[in-house]
Design a protein around this ligand. Structure first.
Ligand SMILES: [Fe+2]
Length: 250
C-alpha cells in the first residue's frame, strides 16, 4: 500500500488555510493565494515585493507568432492517441461583453499525461503525433474553439504521490501585450481536485468551480469528438482565476 502520509499532510494544510481564509473579514479572494504553503515550490518564487511595472514599448517590440493552429490533432502526419475533444467557449469582460480578436493560446500534456518538454521525464510515452500547443483568435462574439486530445493527469514533485488533475493551460493577451493572463481549465468531476494544492490555492469555492469546463452534448459531434464548454471572464467579481505571473508549467 502506498504511504500517503505526505498527501494527507497536504490535504490537512489546504483545509486549515481554507478555514483561515473563510474566517477572515471581507469577501474571499477569487485569485490564487501567492504564498500557499501546500504548493511547495511557490514559497521560493511567489512575489515578495510589489509588482514592477514593465515598459510597454520594450515588450511590444516582440510580437507573438500569429497563425491559426486551433486543431492540435492535425499538426503531424498521423493522428494522436487519446480521446478527441472539442473545447469551446467565450472570452468575456466583467460586464459580460464579448472580447473580440483576442489571441488565445493553449498548451497541455498528451493523453498519457506527458509534456513535450525536457523537464518532463516521467515514465509516460511521448506521442509523435501530438505536440500539445495551439492558438486561435476569438470571433466577433468572443468565442474560441480548439480541437485537441483530452490530457492525462500527471505526477509532479510537490510531495510524495502528488498528481495534477487533467488540465489545459490557457494564455490570453488582453487588449495589450502587457496584460497577458495565464490560467488553467479543468475537466468535470476529477477525483484529484481535493488533493491538488495548485487548484486549492484558490480559496473561494465559486472561483475554483469557474475553472472547470462543462460537458456539453451540443458541442459533441457524432462519431468524432466529445465537447466541453468553458467561458473565460477577464475582470470583475466573476473573473476567471489567473496565475499572477508566468511560473513553472505544472
Ligand atoms: Fe500542466
Amino acid at each position: 500500500m502506498t504511504d500517503n502520509t505526505e498527501q494527507d499532510q497536504i490535504v490537512a494544510e489546504i483545509g486549515a488555510l481554507h478555514t483561515t481564509a473563510t474566517a477572515a473579514a471581507g469577501p474571499l479572494p477569487v485569485h490564487a493565494l501567492r504564498d500557499f504553503g501546500p504548493y511547495r515550490s511557490s514559497a521560493l518564487r511567489h512575489p515578495t515585493h510589489e509588482l514592477v511595472r514593465a515598459d510597454p514599448e520594450e515588450i511590444e517590440l516582440v510580437s507573438p507568432a500569429f497563425g491559426h493552429s486551433d486543431d492540435l490533432t492535425i499538426q503531424h502526419d498521423g493522428e494522436p492517441l487519446g480521446e478527441r475533444i472539442i473545447v469551446t467557449g467565450r472570452v468575456l469582460d466583467g460586464e459580460g461583453r464579448p472580447v473580440r480578436n483576442q489571441l488565445v493560446e493553449v498548451w497541455q500534456a498528451n493523453s498519457a499525461g506527458r509534456y513535450v518538454h525536457k523537464r518532463d521525464q516521467h515514465p509516460a510515452p511521448l506521442d509523435p503525433n501530438f505536440t500539445g500547443v495551439g492558438r486561435t483568435i476569438t470571433g466577433d462574439d468572443g468565442s474560441y474553439r480548439f480541437v485537441t486530445i483530452k490530457p492525462g493527469p500527471y505526477p509532479w514533485k510537490n510531495h510524495r504521490n502528488a498528481w495534477r488533475p487533467a488540465h489545459i493551460h490557457f494564455s490570453l493577451f488582453g487588449s495589450e501585450f502587457t496584460q497577458r493572463l495565464v490560467t488553467q481549465m479543468y475537466f468535470p468531476s476529477d477525483p484529484l481536485f481535493a488533493l491538488d494544492p495548485i487548484y486549492q490555492s484558490i480559496v473561494d469555492p465559486d472561483a475554483r468551480q469557474r475553472l472547470i469546463a462543462a460537458y456539453d452534448h451540443d458541442v459533441s459531434e457524432p462519431e468524432w469528438a466529445l465537447g466541453y464548454r468553458w467561458d473565460i471572464v477577464l475582470t470583475g467579481s466573476k473573473a476567471t482565476w489567473m496565475e499572477p505571473e508566468e511560473g513553472e508549467h505544472a
